[in-house]
Design a protein around this ligand. Structure first.
Ligand code: F6P
Length: 371
């Protein structure tokens, strides 16, 4: 009999509940106990935030968005900023306390469902002796060593559906519509949704963009009697001059910048340079919401069951991963080393270029033809 605790950390992603469902049911059939720690590590600090999870507690949740446990992307237990009475920010390391409570509560393993930030924390706990298994979650799909993270497929579907809807209004008004999508420093969501949603221009962080190339594409559309254009911009995209767009760090305890603003900037530049009627919109957290697609649901359910198999085999400090359609285990340290970027030599990038989508640069193949 084992006692397992699950936590969900970082930004939520469709499929989190499906992983919880899968872990609970798989463990139940083995006669193991499962607990859920609310809001990341809160359950290790306050027993009221640690909840017992039996099959009846997770009935039907596999199709629901969000996480029944709650999540947070601030308050790393190894460096938690707190405001003291004098109003100064102090950095506290509360990891020892969490580890002590983990042992005191009698847990055998912690299944940490998260992106690179949460998995780095989990790995640091593993280094301190906590048996940990990771499950790769993020709509950004930017985790190394797994072909896919769950949540990505749903985010891409949401963005694609939005693009489908924008075509008719853009066409009716002969406008340029600029859509900013999420993805942090990787262009996966922008590229996949942009290709699938008929974008004219896709700007991703991996290819610094040139506004002249973007505007040339829009003018070219006009020349070919297409009086509207759809531009998809990843929130982490930057100009070829190196201009980046963010809104600062936001709340206390956040490690990362809040990205955003590039869509509005690109729209203003297009308006100025082409005199076309241009509007911008930010899809934002819509991409994180809603029910997971069948792909994400199935992937999340597979990840959950595979994570329990790793607990049984005592393959700790590893993350379950999708590799060529198979479930495998990879060291968490490998997965968090660096973020997975769009491969510029991939057939998806080539497909975008082949079907005439501008990626904000000069097509390297066209350059080769010219020489
Ligand atoms: O990592 C997932 C993600 O949705 C990113 O795409 C985005 O930049 C970030 O989280 C937004 O975070 P928050 O929920 O703190 O606004």
């Amino acid at each position: 009999m084992k006692k397992i605790v699950i936590s969900t950390g970082g930004g939520d992603a469709p499929g989190l509940n499906a992983v919880i469902y899968s872990v609970v049911h798989t463990c139940y059939r083995k006669g193991w106990e499962v607990y859920g720690s609310r809001s990341g590590y809160a359950g290790f600090l306050d027993i009221d935030e640690m909840i017992r999870l039996a099959p009846r507690d997770v009935e039907g949740i596999y199709s629901a968005g969000g996480t029944i446990l709650g999540s947070t992307n601030k308050g790393n237990p190894f460096s938690r900023p707190v405001m003291n009475l004098a109003g100064e920010v102090q950095i506290l390391d509360i990891s020892d306390k969490i580890l002590r409570n983990f042992n005191r509560m009698g847990f055998d393993c912690h299944i940490a469902i998260g992106g690179d930030g949460s998995l780095e924390i989990a790995h640091n706990f593993a280094l301190k002796g906590m048996p940990v298994i990771g499950v790769p979650k993020t709509i950004d799909n930017d985790l190394k060593k797994t072909d896919r993270t769950f949540g990505f497929d749903t985010a891409v579907s949401t963005a694609t559906e939005a693009l489908d809807k924008l075509h008719s209004t853009a066409k009716s008004h002969s406008r340029v519509m600029v859509v900013e999508v999420m993805g942090r420093d990787s262009g996966w969501i922008a590229l996949y949704s942009g290709i699938s949603g008929g974008a004219d221009v896709i700007l991703i962080p991996e290819i610094p963009f040139d506004m002249e190339e973007v505007c040339d594409k829009i003018s070219d559309n006009e020349l070919h009697d297409k009086h509207y254009s759809i531009v998809v911009v990843a929130e982490g995209a930057q100009t070829k001059e190196g201009q980046v767009f963010n809104k600062g760090k936001g709340e206390l305890g956040r490690d990362e910048m809040i990205l955003g603003g590039v869509g509005e900037w690109v729209a203003a530049e297009i308006r100025k340079r082409t005199e076309k009627d241009t509007r911008s919109l930010v899809l934002g957290h819509l991409q994180r919401g809603g029910s997971p697609t069948t792909f994400d649901r199935l992937l999340a359910l597979r990840f959950g069951a595979a994570a329990v198999r790793l607990v049984e085999d005592k393959v700790f400090d590893h993350m379950v991963a999708l590799n060529n359609s198979k479930m495998v285990a990879v060291p968490i340290a490998e997965a968090i080393k660096m973020r997975k970027k769009v491969d510029l030599g991939s057939d998806k990038v080539q497909t975008a270029r082949d079907i005439g989508i501008c990626l904000g640069d000069v097509d390297p193949l066209e350059l080769k033809d010219d020489c």
